[in-house]
Design a binder for this molecule. Structure first.
Ligand code: NAD
Ligand code: IPM
Ligand code: MN
Length: 366
């Protein structure tokens, strides 16, 4: 049988730096007999610099054909003044939309070694293990009409929040399916008190629950109150399902429960293909971190854990995924920290590549 194929899109800023560490991990698995056919290509600002577009059609085709895609990060100040249609972020949004990756799984897990590093009290975050399921291909990110138009003597910026029943139902199913394999609880977040799309969201999630998943404990929360509850007592949650924009905000918030944005992986999944696996793109939750790019300071763990999610969800290698997650945990338990995981206590941080090397060494010892 052919080796599983992986398309790697390092992107911009710290993207290539953290992806270099994933390559070390993938190479190590290769040395153990789990060989991937890896292809690498450009996305975001890097693709714009080379081709004048943040994602070429050829790269899009490769992404559609790969068993899984792994993306580093896109964007940066150099591209801030570009026309909206060719901004680096448009490349990522095109991948998500054209691959129809509607369910974005963003787990937030607090490793024991980092429990006292979160900005929240240790007892609030220790042992935390929640999963945010963010709808990724619709909502205000894609709704029409949109644009900046002139009305009278001033300009108006327009975006539209729009959800169909089927879009809500399919992401709700993803959340319920995950909950069945976890803690059996789903909390759905919207703003049904002020938005019609929120009213429909609540109704459809409830209907899917009652008809297909009555065994799961379902609750509904307004997203603003949800943000408050996530910082007050996050361990009350198991799976959270929410729309594209609220999910973007709530997952960055959840990152700080785990210690750093540099820790959070994600999987963006579509419907199952003929082989039973979902179309999939794996990407850390963080961005290109222009403030630290090129300095060897980036934490590669979010990207490495995204690769672990690829092992689990695209390659049916749950054991290897768990082994990689354990290796990350072991390295943190030994006290190795990139700069984002250190406070003011004057300890010496390790570099991006030292962290990657340590994780590979821990894998080899495991
Ligand atoms: P960011 O996530 O890039 O950075 C926010 C803060 O977190 C910065 O201080 C950064 O140094 C820190 N940080 C992020 N990842 C880190 C890591 N792995 N290790 C250590 N520290 C890390 O968000 P931003 O600054 O708001 O955005 C910068 C650019 O990235 C923008 O162009 C934005 O559009 C883009 N962005 C891209 C993605 C993506 O590609 N998936 C996600 C978010 C933002
Ligand atoms: C994320 C990012 C993206 C988003 C941007 C870069 C398009 O913030 O993946 O969280 O808003 O979805
Ligand atoms: Mn974001």
């Amino acid at each position: 049988m052919a080796n599983p194929s992986l398309l790697i899109l390092p992107g911009d800023g710290i993207g290539p730096e953290v992806m270099a560490e994933v390559r070390k991990v993938a190479d190590w698995f290769g040395s153990q007999g789990l060989v991937f056919d890896i292809d690498e290509d450009l996305v975001g600002g890097a693709a714009y610099d080379a081709h004048g577009t943040p994602l070429t059609d050829a790269t899009m085709e490769k992404a559609q054909a790969a068993d899984a895609v792994l993306l580093g990060a896109v964007g940066g100040p150099k591209y801030d003044t570009l026309d909206f249609s060719v901004k680096p972020e448009r490349g990522l949004l095109r991948l998500r939309k054209e691959m129809d990756l509607y369910a974005n799984l963003r787990p937030a897990q607090c490793f024991d070694a980092l429990a006292d590093f979160s900005s929240l009290k240790t007892e609030v975050v220790s042992g935390l293990d929640i999963m945010i399921v963010r709808e990724l291909t619709s909502g205000v990110y894609f709704g029409e009409p949109r644009g900046i138009v002139t009305e009278g003597n001033e300009r108006v910026g327009i975006n539209t929040q729009r959800y169909t029943e089927s879009e809500i139902a399919r992401v709700a199913r993803s959340a319920f399916e995950l909950a069945r394999r976890r803690g059996n609880k789903v909390c759905s977040m919207e703003k049904a008190n002020v938005m019609e799309s929120g009213i429909l969201w609540r109704e459809v999630v409830q209907k899917v629950h009652d008809e297909e998943y009555p065994d799961i404990e379902l609750s509904h929360m307004y997203a603003d109150a949800g943000a408050m509850q996530l910082t007050r007592w996050p361990k009350q949650f198991d799976v959270i399902v929410t729309d594209n924009l609220f999910g973007d905000l709530l997952s960055d918030l959840a990152a700080m429960l785990t210690g750093s944005l540099g820790m959070l992986p994600s999987a963006s999944l579509g419907a199952p293909m003929a082989n039973g696996r979902p179309k999939a793109l794996y990407e850390p939750v963080h961005g290109s971190a222009p403030d630290i790019a090129g300095q060897g300071k980036a934490n590669p763990i979010a990207c490495i854990l995204s690769f672990a999610m690829a092992l689990r969800y695209s390659f049916d290698r749950g054991d290897e995924a768990a082994r990689l997650e354990k290796a990350v945990e072991a390295v943190l338990a030994k006290g190795l920290r990139t700069a984002d995981l250190l406070g003011e206590e004057g300890r010496q941080p390790v570099s991006t590549s030292e962290m990657g090397d340590a994780i590979v060494a821990a894998l080899a010892e495991s």
